[in-house]
Design a binder for this molecule. Structure first.
Ligand code: DP6
Length: 364
């Protein structure tokens, strides 16, 4: 069993005369889980391991300007899309404050944060994954630059992932490119409940350039927050069986990812998506997060697959939008399918053509 890394470090503090100013910016992507994380224990420990594809074009871009705080307490202004955003400000300030044992220097600084997403936030595209992972990248990069620690890339990424997890579970998987497991997994050395672990070695080429067309059925606010949703698993009568199933699915999916077995990939990813929604439908209170057009799209994907035998499947997050997953080799056919059959079912925001990406990027 992997033990928890210890990141509390009282030395990561500036002497009073030496509190610096500067700016730092990163871009970090969202991810789509193939085996879902749904249900957790304190503190941010998943009930089952999950695996995701890191995306490429759906990302958060965040710049943090820091300067000496006026008092010995964390100060923050948060601007989203150029507008001061009190909700994000509170969320981010409390995330930073909760990290003061790991990064004692946060209490000595004033932060001015500017952030934006390339996709509509709170629409069931995991905006917390990109939003929290980018903040974790920035904090660890500040530590690395200002204190000279975390010089080894592996150590750096592992700490970023650990910190991102504390902000949002799925965020710990966005810290690397490709396929990432979060949660201790039988037979996969290196996996941990505390951080994400990339599993890109030996993946069959059909899965290395996988595409994700995100069909925006409804880009409104989420009906149920992830925090509430995870909490509902505590009283869900099917929870224990679900956690067992997720473990079995992860083992079978990993083997399909290695052999290039798209049939098994389709069966597992679709079942995972429907099971996630089934869990929400069987919780108390219950939630129905699909919209009529979500079902229409799923049925059209089934029919298209039946007719063409092309390996296209769907996934869902905790919302109504559909992630259509397929290998790059069938891009042209899928583009036609979207245009001919799916466009009328989408919200005015349409769709985002995304694909497996390389992970976060430093921009300043
Ligand atoms: C349905 O990571 O958003 O997207 O840890 O409470 O922030 P918190 O939850 P979050 O949950 C994501 C759930 C999911 C499935 C997944 O990404 O694995």
């Amino acid at each position: 069993m992997s033990s928890e890394p210890h990141y509390h470090n009282a030395d990561l503090k500036f002497s009073d005369a030496d509190i610096p100013s500067g700016r730092i910016a990163w871009r970090s992507p969202s991810n789509i889980a193939l085996v879902k994380y749904w249900g957790k224990k304190p503190v941010q420990i998943p009930q089952n391991p999950s695996i995701s594809f890191t995306l490429s074009k759906s990302y958060s871009e965040t710049e943090v300007a820091y300067s000496p705080a006026v008092s010995e307490t964390l100060e923050m202004e948060f601007y989203f899309d150029g507008q001061r955003n009190p909700a994000f400000e509170e969320k981010t300030a409390s995330f930073f404050a909760g990290l003061s044992g790991i990064f004692p220097f946060v209490n000595q600084l004033k932060f001015v944060v500017h952030s934006k997403n390339t996709f509509p936030h709170s629409a069931g595209i995991a905006s917390s994954a990109s939003g929290m992972s980018v903040l974790a990248m920035i904090l660890c990069d500040m530590e690395r630059q200002l204190f000279g620690t975390l010089q080894k890339e592996d150590d750096f990424r592992r700490k970023v992932s650990y910190v991102a997890r504390l902000g949002s579970g799925s965020a710990c998987r966005s810290v690397y490119g490709g396929l990432i497991i979060w949660g201790e997994t039988d037979g996969v050395t290196g996996t941990s409940d505390y951080y994400g672990f990339p599993v890109n070695e030996g993946i069959h080429e059909v899965f290395t350039d996988y595409q994700d067309t995100i069909l925006l059925v409804d880009a409104g606010e989420k009906k149920v927050s992830s925090r509430v949703g995870h909490g509902l698993m505590n009283g869900n009568p099917f929870a224990a069986e679900r956690f067992r199933q997720a473990r079995a699915n992860l083992t079978d999916l990993l083997s399909a990812l290695h052999t290039g077995d798209t049939e098994t990939f389709i069966r597992i990813t679709e079942s995972e998506a429907l099971t996630l929604h089934a869990m929400m439908m069987t919780s108390q209170p219950y939630f129905l997060l699909m919209k009529p057009n979500t079902l229409q799209i799923i049925e059209r994907i089934f029919a298209f697959r039946e007719k063409t035998s092309l390996p296209v499947s769907f996934s869902l997050d905790a919302g109504p939008n559909v992630h259509m997953l397929y290998p790059a080799a069938i891009k042209t056919e899928i583009r036609q399918f979207v245009k001919n059959e799916l466009l009328p079912l989408l919200s005015p925001l349409g769709f985002i053509v995304d694909e497996v990406g390389k992970g976060p990027e430093k921009i300043l």
